[in-house]
Structures are given as structure tokens and as C-alpha cells.
Design a protein around this ligand. Structure first.
Ligand SMILES: [Zn+2]
Length: 226
């Protein structure tokens, strides 16, 4: 076709997906961001440099805050996006917490535009677990786990209470796992996610399968023996 640009949004998509779209349709694939509470799509969009999404600074004040403390974070650090609308008249939006995690920069883009730019959305605050003060995303545990040899993508993260403190049990399917393999999984998660886990191994098919969205996190903290 003669299409030169495609604008893709409404769901998070990856750089791998960008390559597929660009090669398949012979166009430049650009990311767009928005949320219905504020104005729908068009809060921010990539330019042809594909180096972050330009935020419409004439319409919004943008901040990134620590999702736990609410404190503003410096440029480049990932936190929760917060918008204040400057133009809305009937529904003022003041420091609206989006739940979306991204970083922002105020550096001038190679395209010449000077607006604030945001990174791709990296996740949602709703997904974040807080274990003894450490923020952890299930997706991060999955990434580290699946880098380990012979591990299948069937796992569950159980949050429990042990001796009055939050603890994490990682349930995986792994028959005849060796002591060395167990240690290596625990060490990798400790060093990359900064949390200690107890590994619980099940035989193949030992973990429940879900029909729709997989249940990855089971919170047993209120029912665990303290
Ligand atoms: Zn630009």
C-alpha cells in the first residue's frame, strides 16, 4: 500500500511487535498513548524518531511519582504517570494518578520538538507486589525464572506470612530437580528481583491450568498462620 505511517495504541506493545508491523506492512509503526479519563488517545505520541512519546505539553502538566510514597521522581526514573489537565473545563483533572508506569525526559528530541517525552508504558501499578518494602513485578520474576534451563512457563507466586513477615513461595513444575538447580533459581531471583523466595516444586501438570487469563499470583497472607 502507499501507507507510510501506522499509529498503534490502546494496548501495550513491544519493540519486537514494532519490527513485525514495520516489516509486514512496509510502514513506520508509531506508538500513541491516552486514557479515557483524560481525553482518550492523543495524550502523547511518537514522532518519526521513535524515541519516546511526545506529550502534549500545552494540554497537560506531567509528573512521574513513586507509586508507593507519591513523591515526584527525577527524569529517567520509572514511576507512576500523573497528569494535570490545563484545558478541561467541566471535569477538572488535577494530579490524576494513571496507574501506568513509565519514565519521562525533558531533553530536546532529534526531531526538534521540545515537549516532554514519555517512555513506553512498562506496566501497571496494580500488578506490583510489595514484599518487605521491595517493589516487584510478577513479570520480572517470570523473566528471570524462564531464563533458567529446563523451567516450564507454568508457575505461581504465592504470598504468605512466615513468622509475622511477608514471604514469597514460588511454585514451579520441575520433576527431579537437583539441589544445585534449586539454589541457582533462588539465587537468580535474589540477585535480579532483590527478594528471597522459597521454591516449591511440583510434578509436571501439578499446577492448576486456567481457562482464560493465567492466575500467577495467589495471596494467602490473610489465611497463613502468622
Ligand atoms: Zn521527536
Amino acid at each position: 500500500t502507499s501507507m507510510r505511517y501506522g499509529i498503534f495504541g490502546a494496548e501495550p506493545w513491544s519493540e519486537e511487535m514494532r519490527q513485525t508491523l514495520e516489516q509486514t506492512f512496509n510502514l513506520q509503526a508509531l506508538d500513541i498513548y491516552g486514557l479515557s479519563e483524560i481525553m482518550g488517545p492523543g495524550v502523547a505520541m511518537e514522532c518519526q524518531e521513535q524515541a519516546g512519546l511526545h506529550i502534549m505539553d500545552d494540554l497537560f502538566i506531567t509528573e512521574v511519582v513513586d507509586p508507593v510514597t507519591g513523591e515526584p521522581l527525577p527524569d529517567g526514573m520509572v514511576g507512576e504517570l500523573v497528569f494535570t489537565s490545563l484545558k478541561k473545563k467541566t471535569l477538572p483533572i488535577i494530579r490524576y494518578r494513571t496507574g501506568d508506569l513509565a519514565s519521562i525526559t525533558h531533553k530536546v528530541c532529534a526531531c526538534g520538538r521540545t515537549t516532554t517525552r514519555m517512555s513506553r508504558v512498562k506496566g501497571r501499578t496494580d500488578d506490583m507486589l510489595i514484599i518487605r518494602g521491595v517493589n516487584v513485578f510478577p513479570s520480572e520474576i517470570e523473566r528471570v525464572l524462564l531464563q533458567q534451563p529446563d523451567v516450564t512457563p507454568h508457575y505461581q507466586i504465592h504470598l504468605v506470612r512466615k513468622a509475622g513477615l511477608d514471604a514469597v513461595e514460588l511454585h514451579i513444575e520441575f520433576e527431579n530437580i537437583s539441589e544445585r538447580q534449586m539454589r541457582s533459581i533462588c539465587d537468580a531471583i535474589k540477585s535480579e528481583c532483590l527478594i528471597s523466595i522459597d521454591l516449591v516444586c511440583h510434578p509436571n501438570q501439578g499446577l492448576p491450568r486456567s481457562e482464560g487469563k493465567a492466575v500467577r499470583v495467589v495471596d494467602r497472607r490473610s489465611t497463613s498462620l502468622v
